[in-house]
Design a protein around this ligand. Structure first.
Ligand code: HH2
Length: 278
């Protein structure tokens, strides 16, 4: 397992879980849709998340929530590029959450240090786009498309299948010349998975260490937490913090969260206890 993650001009140590703050520059994301569509609001939000302790800021221009409609490439570029350009001098890496190779290339040119792809670089040209740069890449598992992915997903062994998929994608990415210390893997909580599947993945997240790359986990405010607590999306902070700590305990290297300040505090307690327990 690499000791650090190479992200363009940044090298992130992996000796404690890193926080990836979510910034959706979209009108329809499931929890913050519409709030940061205006460029100034998005930039202010990114800076605030860094002040609160974000180690990475993840900028997305297309919602991938269940039922979301795809946006055109032009629209996605128009949403993310001005924000990335304005965040060029941010003291932490900025990631671009996209599945489109052209968006990857232009985002990297505009200053992105990481590509976060819910399709694990499967789009034709995506591997090449990342291989040609020095950014990090997060490879996520999903089953199906946002429009249909929650229509009764079935797995014989969700943990084994998701792991096998990620292992195969890591092999392809390595073969394309992208070094291991640039790669992150993510089981993709909520992407073509029932609540039971998501819980199985979280319960056995530690097994993903076998992949030999750092693991990212994105559970923040997701519907599985709503199913457990009965809370709407705006009231899932406590559940999200519990999920983040469980993921950290299972060895997650990156936690993708909306509530950076609160997760930072929860992690501080976990880190303090871990420090004396060693
Ligand atoms: N989840 C979402 C989007 N991107 N990327 C990774 N690596 N892991 C995730 O779990 C993940 C992700 C969905 O959450 P969000 O961005 O808040 O919503 P939306 O897709 O509606 O914009």
């Amino acid at each position: 397992m690499p000791a650090s993650l190479r992200c363009g001009r940044f090298t992130l140590a992996l000796d404690r879980p890193l926080l990836m703050g979510v910034l959706n520059v979209t009108p329809d994301s499931f929890s913050d849709g519409g709030r940061y569509l205006e460029r100034g609001a998005a930039i202010e939000r990114a800076r605030r998340m860094v002040e609160e302790g974000a180690d990475i800021v993840d900028v997305g221009g297309e919602s991938t929530r269940p039922g979301a409609r795809p946006v055109s490439e032009e629209e996605e570029l128009a949403r993310v590029l001005p924000v990335l350009a304005a965040l060029r001098d941010l003291p932490v890496p900025v990631s671009v959450d996209t599945r489109r190779p052209r968006v990857m290339r232009e985002a990297i040119a505009a200053g992105a240090s990481m590509v976060n792809d819910v399709e694990a670089l499967e789009a034709p040209g995506a591997l090449e786009a990342v291989a040609a740069a020095d950014c990090a890449v997060c490879l996520m598992h999903k089953r199906g498309d946002p429009a249909t992915m929650q229509d009764n997903p079935v797995y014989a062994d969700v943990v084994g299948e998701v792991k096998a998929y990620l292992a195969a994608r890591i092999a392809s990415v390595l073969a394309a010349g992208i070094a291991r210390d640039r790669i992150v893997a993510d089981p993709g909580f909520g992407f073509g998975k029932t609540a039971a599947h998501n819980l199985a993945l979280l319960a056995r997240l530690g097994e993903f260490a076998d992949l030999g790359v750092p693991v990212a986990a994105g559970l923040s405010r997701k519907s599985t937490l709503g199913a457990i607590t009965g809370r709407p999306v705006g009231e899932r902070l406590a559940a999200s913090l519990a999920a983040a700590l469980l993921a950290a305990e299972a060895g997650a290297a990156i936690l993708r969260v909306h509530d950076v300040r609160e997760t930072r505090d929860a992690l501080a307690v976990w880190l303090a206890v871990r420090a004396v327990g060693r």
